[in-house]
Design a protein around this ligand. Structure first.
Ligand SMILES: Nc1ncnc2c1ncn2[C@@H]1O[C@H](COP(=O)(O)OP(=O)(O)OP(=O)(O)O)[C@@H](O)[C@H]1O
Ligand SMILES: [Mg+2]
Length: 537
């Protein structure tokens, strides 16, 4: 019998049974609270801060750490509710919550509430010797509340001598204080506790534990697949496990063949969350993410990589920064690839290598085959074009029915843009050659592609209307790259002299002499690229 889906991702976890990991953080925090210390829980979006506060407040959990309900009273306050309130209203709300927790009947709250009457009412409400613990979630709302002055925060600080306060925020309190009249040392009575990614073991426990208990046994390959897709991120894992569980219901013999479907569901569900993460990042952070897969990270500022690591979006494996989750990596690629909006400005001029790849003899093919056949032939080829561009860190600037235009140097400019572009071009031809052999053998179809490149300044611009906008590039380099592609014999890569000058020594080439190029005064030097030189020179 398969039970209810035990995975949950629509809000904080309220039940200790479904709360995973964080044993070290729980023990540390409760130990400090027991010692009357105040704590600030710091963790990025959706890492489980609210769930963690609820977990701390769970009577059974804290009883284990010597903080049974008769010994102390935990009051949860959602900072979001305090955002625009005045000092008196904030104190009143905190008092109401305190009284509600004591379980005693309602009592009158003095009006207006000031620090003095607040303290007095708390004293009268709690049992003698009972320790008060205020859990203040989303502390940003308090620190950002313009009704509050330094006096309020010094009162809050003085509260920590009598009660424990546990705040939760996305960044350190010291960072929230900056630029605010909060009293310069407000934060240093709080001991920070960081919430980050799970360990791999805990992630695996979260994948198979709840499903097993509900009567579904994920295979080892599904467990690996989910972990690879999500990384050890609790929220991403919950989303993926939720869908895996639903699929297991639909497909009794759930296995590798359903993984593709699982990935699509997870990707669709996480998209709006990824977008929310992305929009919360600075432009520099977005740029670093956009270039991360190309191992170009040695040029990325280390402090930005560290910040992205703190936000649990990247992590370091063997000294190399990687996306923490493959699903997020895919999102970034699609997001940056289609809009570039994060990385380039309208009308910006950039040095780039432009690559055109097209199917040779497409018009003839359309005369010989029905559209369904053409689609079946072209689709895998276009995918090969895109994959090669992607692998070498280029971005697609235009997509035609039988070809693509790609840019290397946009959104991020790198010194080896031209070399990477030529490598992508060679890979396209190598893969197409193999594909063409298969096509010939299986369907008797002749197939080949042409690739051409030029390097120069391009101007970036947004085109389209409300319904559909795209970034694309204009300029001489675009025109000349297209001409190079037209001049290429099927199956070959042709580069202009501009590109040649940038990649000399890296590739074996053959001069094609001066090519007459339509629309250009005079001839243009061009080269056919034969392959990569053995050691780059
Ligand atoms: N320890 C955990 N065990 C199981 N699931 C978790 C845990 N922590 C987080 N999650 C998952 O992550 C989701 C987000 O958790 P939560 O709302 O507590 O995060 P948050 O850091 O408070 O997020 P926000 O930044 O939006 O306030 C939960 O719905 C749950 O699916
Ligand atoms: Mg929260």
């Amino acid at each position: 019998m398969i039970g209810e889906n035990p995975y949950f991702h629509r809000g904080p976890i309220r039940d200790a049974e479904y709360f995973y990991d964080r044993t070290r953080e729980t023990a540390l925090t409760l130990q400090m609270v027991k010692n009357r210390q105040s704590v600030s829980v710091v963790g990025p979006r959706r890492i489980g801060k609210t769930s963690f506060l609820f977990h701390l407040a769970d009577p059974a959990v804290r009883a284990e750490h010597g903080l049974a309900p008769e010994e102390c009273l935990f009051v949860y306050i959602n900072g979001e509710d305090l955002g625009g309130l005045s000092r008196a209203d904030i104190l009143r709300l905190m008092l109401q919550e305190t009284i509600a927790q004591t379980g005693k009947e309602k009592r009158d709250i003095p009006q207006p509430v000031d620090p003095h009457s607040f303290e007095q009412t708390v004293r009268e409400s709690v049992k003698p010797g009972q320790h008060m613990v205020y859990l203040i979630d989303e502390f940003e709302y308090l620190s950002g509340n313009s009704n509050l002055d330094a006096n309020f925060f010094s009162f809050l600080r003085s509260m920590t001598t009598r009660y424990s306060i546990v705040t939760a925020s996305q960044v350190l309190l010291s960072a929230l204080v900056r630029g605010r009249q909060m009293g310069s040392h407000f934060f240093n009575v709080f001991e920070p506790i960081h919430l980050g990614l799970f360990s791999e073991d805990d992630a695996r426990r979260m994948i198979h534990g709840p499903s097993q208990a509900a009567g579904v046994e994920f295979s080892k390959s599904t467990e690996d697949f989910v972990l690879d897709l999500c990384g050890p991120h609790p929220f991403f894992l919950q989303v993926a496990c939720f869908h895996a569980f639903e699929l297991a219901r639909e497909y009794p013999r759930f296995g590798g063949q359903v993984h593709g479907q699982l990935e699509e569901r997870v990707q669709a569900d996480l998209e709006c969350h990824f977008e929310y993460f992305m929009k919360g990042l600075s432009e520099d952070e977005q740029r670093v993410l956009a270039r991360l897969p190309d191992a170009g990270q040695s040029e990325s500022p280390p402090e930005i990589l560290k910040e992205l690591e703190r936000k649990c979006l990247v992590r370091r494996c063997n000294g190399v920064y990687k996306f923490a989750s493959r699903a997020f990596a895919r999102f970034v690629r699609e997001y940056v690839g289609t809009t570039w909006a994060a990385a380039v400005a309208e009308g910006e001029r950039r040095m780039a290598t432009v690559l055109f790849a097209d199917v040779a003899g497409f018009t003839r093919m359309t005369e010989q085959h029905i559209p369904e056949q053409i689609l079946a032939i072209i689709k895998p080829a276009l995918q090969m074009f895109v994959d090669a561009v992607d692998r070498y860190g280029g971005s697609i600037a235009a997509f035609g029915g039988d070809g693509i235009m790609a840019l290397f140097g946009v959104p991020t400019e790198r010194p080896d843009d031209a070399v990477r572009a030529v490598r992508a071009a060679l890979e396209i031809q190598a893969n197409v050659a193999e594909y063409a052999r298969e096509l010939k053998q299986n369907k008797g179809v002749d197939f080949s592609a042409r690739v051409g490149l030029d390097t120069g300044v391009v101007v970036l611009g947004e085109i389209g209307g409300k319904q559909h906008t795209e970034f694309t590039a204009y300029g001489d380099a675009v025109n000349l790259a297209e001409r190079m592609e037209r001049q290429a014999e099927p199956g070959t890569v042709v580069i202009s002299d501009h590109t040649y000058q940038q990649v000399r020594g890296w590739f074996r080439t053959e001069s094609l002499g001066q090519l007459e190029v339509k629309g250009k005064a005079g001839a243009v030097k061009a080269y056919r690229v034969l392959g990569e030189t053995r050691n780059g020179h």
